[in-house]
Design a protein around this ligand. Structure first.
Ligand code: AN0
Ligand code: CP
Length: 315
């Protein structure tokens, strides 16, 4: 694997899950692969899980790790070409990226949707500049439209807990005070399509995702109907795609509560975290024995390590 920007690049999901199981059972088995190699993690946005789990994954593989928080301590970066740089930005991404490439062997990038232009976000302008100008393999740690390392961890977690060959998985929108990207839900939909899942999306009117990610997937605007018989409930907020970046609803009747979970087949609860309690999910549900949010976060090491290993093998 050269670059990793979409869960689809894993190819065969079943094979990738076998690789992940091997990584999980023997995390220090391939330290020779990373020896004397450097992994650079570049963050344009905040992170707890991705920051820690990806470092841990690279360390497990014997790599050296450097972390750069672009907005803390680095020069302010211009991202648009052709700009007369007489403002507060001291350096252009077009120099900064190849320079970063000089100091490492592989690069992870986190750069969320900016919600300034749907076209720029969906063209993954920042991530693609890293791919085009760093001279290094690049993997996404959540870009504008996808969060594939999260999706892979989500699927590993579902596979570990499913009790039937084709579980019903419901991804439901839930309320949040701020505009959040579509990367996590887009990516999860993409991942669900790769496996044997009875997958349904529930969201209010005006919140349908980009149809490129939801082709052939049932989308219901009635959450209760969608939750019926679910084996897994995957909650997430996202801002509107149609009215791009807008928060059209904060309707707390969409919060995942005990009453909502009672509609399911004693479903497991998943969320990528960070989560706002009693907006997205009630205290009771997230603290219940059916909540998988911690094992799901733990699997972020496994997903990152499996992907970094594949990249190292192709260097
Ligand atoms: C981000 C999002 O929704 O994409 C990161 C989630 C992994 N969430 C927040 O910014 C709260
Ligand atoms: N789930 C996830 O990516 O969390 P962070 O934003 O904390 O990295």
């Amino acid at each position: 694997m050269k670059h990793f920007t979409s869960i689809k690049q894993l190819g065969n999901l079943e094979e990738a899950l076998k690789d992940a199981a091997l990584v999980k059972s023997n995390p220090f088995g391939h330290q020779e692969l990373g020896k004397n190699r450097t992994c650079l993690l570049v963050f344009f946005d905040n992170s707890l899980r991705t920051r820690l789990s990806t470092q841990k994954a690279a360390l497990n593989l014997g790599m050296n790790v450097i972390v750069l928080d672009v907005n803390q301590g680095a020069w302010k970066l211009e991202t648009e070409r052709g700009v007369i740089m007489d403002g507060d930005k001291s350096e252009h991404l077009l120099e900064a990226i190849p320079v970063m490439g000089c100091y490492c062997d592989i690069i992870g990038v986190r750069s969320f949707a900016r919600f300034e232009s749907r076209e720029d976000d969906y063209n993954e302008v920042i991530l693609n500049q890293f791919i085009n100008y760093s001279g290094r393999p690049v993997f996404s740690m959540e870009a504008a439209t996808r969060h594939p390392l999260q999706t892979f961890a989500d699927i590993i977690t579902i596979e570990e807990h499913k009790t039937k060959p084709r579980p019903k998985v419901v991804m439901t929108w839930a309320p949040h005070p701020k505009a959040l990207p579509q990367a996590v839900p887009n990516s999860f939909a993409e991942g669900m399509a790769m496996g044997n899942y009875d997958f349904v999306i529930a969201n209010p009117e005006g919140y349908d995702l980009n149809p490129a990610f939801t082709k052939g997937i049932p989308v219901l605007h009635n959450q209760d109907e969608a939750l019926e018989g679910a084996d897994f409930v995957y909650a997430k907020n996202w801002a509107s795609y149609e009215h791009y970046g807008q928060v059209l609803s904060r309707d707390r009747s969409w919060t995942v509560t005990k009453e909502k979970m009672a509609l399911t087949n004693d479903a497991f609860f998943l969320h990528c975290l960070p989560v706002r309690r009693n907006m997205i999910v009630s205290d009771e549900v997230i603290e219940s024995p059916r909540s998988l949010v911690i094992p799901e976060a733990a699997n972020r090491v496994v997903s990152a390590q499996t992907v970094i290993q594949k990249i190292l093998e192709s260097l």
